[in-house]
Design a protein around this ligand. Structure first.
Ligand code: SAM
Length: 350
């Protein structure tokens, strides 16, 4: 069981309504909410979910309804949240997702609405998502080899490639690609696809970001498959493409960027393990079942769903946001203890 803190509905202390900016104890402004719309997925990536027999999706009744998500976001926007990302599970397996996109895109204060997806259903939905107000998209792709892709994800590569084409055709630009690095699978001697993926991204006018494997509660052995970005940047085929001597650009995101030598763009590196990016963290997460989390690896989450369903007011929701900001740790700690109660990425929302 995950630690869930139940907020009492009374007494409600005074919280000024507007304008207000959610800020944590360390002065970080929290402007970015990642929303998991489902903990279901049409793939079964070993690094994202626990072993198959340990995986159990929430029932539909446990999952936030679109109206509930919309209400939570309205309150968050009143607290200075401007940026939203829809994720999951696979967000596009949730029925009528463009309806939610439309609701959220029209909330005053929301200026950036994006989604992270495995792209398999983009052929069907890309156009509707853009019409509904989706601005940007991140697509996960861990291998360009169909057999390897199938073994890792349980899904097919062809619909992902078709989804990338559909995103381009719908104008969801610039596309970002995300690749989790796993030694012995798509990284490390004899397995590295890093150079190939960089070329694939450039050919598609996309920016690729390589992500270090995190030890979430998953069906994959982290110690066996973790590889640092630093090690990847030592490879000759990578150094032939990436200007590793350039200063790593930080920007306002978790990724650091290096320019490509041929001038065709840049490549991103997300290093949750070798270089904590907590200092500039501006994120909160809403789980599909209504948990508000202020730190990915921390177990602690506050239960907004039960609060709302027991008649909580907007002021009560606001109080939960303020409390979540207050308990956000300065640094996220990955706990390697097998007894930890932490959840897998598919449950939290990546
Ligand atoms: N289904 C969508 C997708 O495939 O992009 C969205 C959800 S997925 C959980 C979001 C992101 O989390 C993906 O980019 C995925 O690669 C990343 N992710 C999941 N488990 C991870 C882990 N253990 N370490 C690093 N990244 C992980």
């Amino acid at each position: 069981m995950v630690t869930v803190e139940h907020m009492s509905l009374t007494p409600v202390t005074f919280y000024p309504r507007q304008p207000e900016q959610l800020q944590d104890r360390f002065g970080r402004k929290l402007t970015y909410l990642r929303i998991s719309v489902t903990d279901r997925c049409n793939m079964r990536c070993d690094y994202c979910r626990p072993a198959p027999d340990a995986y159990r999706a929430e029932s539909h009744a446990q999952i936030l309804r679109y109206e509930e998500i919309e209400r939570i976001v309205r309150v968050a926007a009143g607290l200075g949240v401007t940026k939203l990302r829809l994720t999951g599970g696979e967000p596009l397996v949730r029925r009528d997702l463009p309806l939610l996109v439309e609701k959220l895109a029209n909330i005053p204060g929301i200026t950036d609405l994006s989604m992270t997806t495995n792209a398999t259903l983009l052929g069907k939905y890309a156009h509707d998502l853009v019409s509904a107000g989706l601005g940007r998209i991140n697509i996960s792709i861990d291998s360009l080899h169909s057999l390897r892709f199938r073994k890792l994800t349980g899904g097919e590569l062809a619909p992902v490639l078709a989804g990338i084409e559909a995103a381009k055709a719908a104008g969801l630009l610039p596309i970002k690609l995300n690749t989790v690095l796993m030694r012995g699978i798509n990284a490390g001697d004899g397995h590295s696809e890093v150079a190939e993926l960089i070329d694939f991204a450039a050919a598609n006018h996309a920016t690729i970001r390589f992500i270090e494997l995190m030890p979430m509660k998953q069906g994959m052995d982290w110690e066996q498959h973790y590889i640092s970005i630093d090690e990847v940047l030592q490879r000759e085929d990578v150094r032939a493409r990436v200007d590793v001597d350039a200063a790593l650009e930080t920007g306002n995101t978790a990724a650091r960027y290096l320019p490509l030598k041929n001038g065709s763009g840049e490549v991103g590196f997300i290093m949750p393990m070798s270089e904590r990016f907590c200092e500039g963290c501006n994120r909160l997460r809403l789980t599909a079942d209504g948990g508000l989390r202020s730190c990915l690896p921390a177990d602690h989450q506050l239960n907004l769903r039960d609060l709302i369903r027991s008649g909580g007011s907007d002021d009560d929701i606001r109080a939960v946001f303020l409390r979540s900001a207050m308990i956000k740790p300065e640094i996220g700690q990955y706990d390697f203890d097998a007894e930890t109660e932490k959840r897998s990425m598919i449950h939290i929302g990546g």
